[in-house]
Design a protein around this ligand. Structure first.
Ligand code: ZN
Length: 297
């Protein structure tokens, strides 16, 4: 009995299949069997998100893991993000935080792909980049001027704060400077060149100087750097400003002058670099050996 029914069922099946496949509506409703559409992409499921490893500090290096996924044979593309936005050129498995990363959040995004699969781009959790050293002293300072000003005092005020906040500067020694309207422990003065010696006969109208609580920046040097600085390759006016502010503030922090440690080395910031470097190269930032300042030992 069954052997006689089965061929009939198969025959009915064929008959009913033929008209369904022939209509346009049916093929649109079932794209997986339509010969013209692409095969569906398979999903990649995250088993473990990418992670950042290392210390989130300026001067240290971060690395990443790619994470773990439901399928193998994957390719990974890395992009480091600052405050959620891609950082130019930061596409390797390791990343050294840059000057402008300090105080901002960093995370890594890994684009995971495989042929026939839908690409995904999971991100790690974020970390805030800290200074080389946590704050151990906060110094209040004020800004003043002396004599006739021929440059923007607002720019001076802003750039001095930037220089003092720079993770390569005294901030790397754990010293944080905050500006107050007047007073504080230190006054940074922008002085007309001819007025610099009015603070002390030991100061010259050619250079900047430090006398007691006063860090005196010579307006001509601030505007034009020094001839030796300008002659050297790759130097900038802002670089000179970093050097002169860090050098004079360095005196306030208790340092005397330093000499070159050896030909080809970076000059200590406390070297009188514009007067001769003895084979050292120009350097606007305190060397690690200069960070432990006498004033706060
Ligand atoms: Zn000096």
């Amino acid at each position: 009995m069954l052997s006689r029914i089965l061929p009939l069922v198969l025959a009915l099946g064929l008959l009913s299949a033929a008209p369904a496949g022939a209509t346009a509506d049916a093929s649109a409703a079932e794209p997986t069997v339509a010969p013209t559409s692409a095969p569906a992409l398979q999903p990649i499921v995250v088993r473990e998100r990418p992670r950042m490893k290392g210390t989130a500090r300026f001067g240290k290096t971060l690395t990443r893991t790619v994470g773990r996924y439901s399928v193998g044979g994957l390719t990974f593309r890395t992009q480091w993000l600052r405050d959620g936005k891609p950082i130019t050129g930061a596409t390797r498995w390791k990343y050294k935080p840059r000057v402008r990363d300090v105080g901002h959040t960093i995370r890594v995004r890994v684009t995971v792909s495989r042929a026939g699969h839908r690409s995904i781009a999971p991100r790690s959790s974020w970390r805030r980049i800290k200074h080389v050293r946590d704050t151990r002293r906060t110094v209040k300072y004020s800004i003043a001027t002396k004599g006739r000003m021929t440059t923007s005092v607002a720019t001076f005020r802003r750039q001095v704060q930037q220089i003092l906040d720079d993770p390569r500067g005294w901030r790397a020694g754990g010293i944080r400077f905050t500006r107050v309207k007047s007073g504080g422990s230190m006054t940074i003065v922008l002085a007309q060149a001819s007025q610099v010696p009015s603070y002390s006969s030991a100061c010259s109208s050619t250079w900047s100087c430090r006398v007691g609580r006063h860090v005196i920046i010579n307006q001509e040097r601030w505007k034009h750097a020094s001839p030796a600085w300008n002659r050297a390759k790759g130097t900038t006016l802002l670089g000179y400003r970093h050097m002169v502010v860090n050098h004079e503030v360095g005196h306030w922090l208790g340092w005397h002058h330093a000499s070159c440690g050896g030909k080809g080395q970076k000059a200590p910031v406390m070297m009188q670099q514009s007067k001769g470097r003895n084979g050292c190269t120009f350097n606007p930032w305190p060397k690690p050996s200069e960070r432990n300042v006498p004033r706060y030992r």
